[in-house]
Ligand binder design. Sequence first.
Ligand code: MRU
Length: 366
Amino acid sequence: MKVQGQLLRPLREAASGDAVVVIDQRLLPHRLAFETLATPQAVHHAIREMVVRGAPLIGATAAYGLALALRADASDGAVEAQAEWLKGARPTAVNLAWALDRMARHLRALPVAARAAAAWALAGVIAEEDVEVNRRIGEHGLPLLRDIAARRGVGPGRPLNVLTHCNAGWLATVDWGTATSPLYQAHEAGLPLHVWVDETRPRNQGASLTAWELGQAGVPHTLVADNAGGHLMQHGQVDLVIVGCDRVTARGDVCNKIGTYLKALAAHDNGVPFFVAMPTSTLDLAVADGLAEIPIEERRGREVTHLAGRTEAGEVVEVAIAPPGTQAANPAFDVTPARLVSALLTERGVVPADESALRALMADAA
Ligand code: MRU
């Protein structure tokens, strides 16, 4: 996507061919800065510390991390060990394991001497595929948006009001975003659009990243406190909800950023369609019951007890918002049961969140 007229991606290969360059998402929206990752350790750190974040982006970045690791040792043992180590950087989003398993499967079949170059090439393929997958999610989602817009009387002076949670935008992918892809395509197509952006405590991906992205693209949006969504829905101010996902189970349960479940409950109670944009790389058919089986990342309590932001003087500082020593819990994701999901928007089409539809979708692809 474009930032101040310049095409940008949150992940690209360095011209030297021996590193990747990423946007340091911890610094947005106050500063757009890039970090060069030249070692597997740097990649692992970037994923763990959320320099890069978002399910598809951490998968693609990890693929490059494995490619960098294999430059030193591409034996079977190294492929296994490095892939397992990179998978441990963050536990919940399945794209990380998906990308690394795909890399390892492909590489094991090759002679050791050919693996490092092949790994770099496949990481590039995974990254490019992500762009196309997300573009297609938008293509499939756009008619849904048009349909709801027609039914809700959208027109000049009455935009389609969409609520989103966290950041499932281009920053969370290699391009387009998942949840934002239909939004960007609708905006480009001239559909009057307005997005309610949940701030998404505790790390504020909505306030810091989604609001920044939408602003750069000129998409009208309003930032709201996480707790405002239910109220807006009760007052008819949300036509649909669209969110991303970090792992979707065989029966269609959706794991996504903490707070997603509450939005789905409010949407259900108010008859508001609740859509999940899901690249099939985020589908984990090995897991059925999302609540029981998906590991939920527990992050540092400091993310809850403190807030970071920019002062009027332009300095970025962190401040405490709780009494010193307050104990804080910080589960980073929750699970929305399939029954609360209106449909999944995938690169292969729009499908219901149920097991037979999801298995058929994957069987057709195979
Ligand atoms: O903890 P994060 O910021 O990596 O979590 C990201 C989300 O929950 C996104 O909404 C999800 O990964 C979808 S990304 C297209």
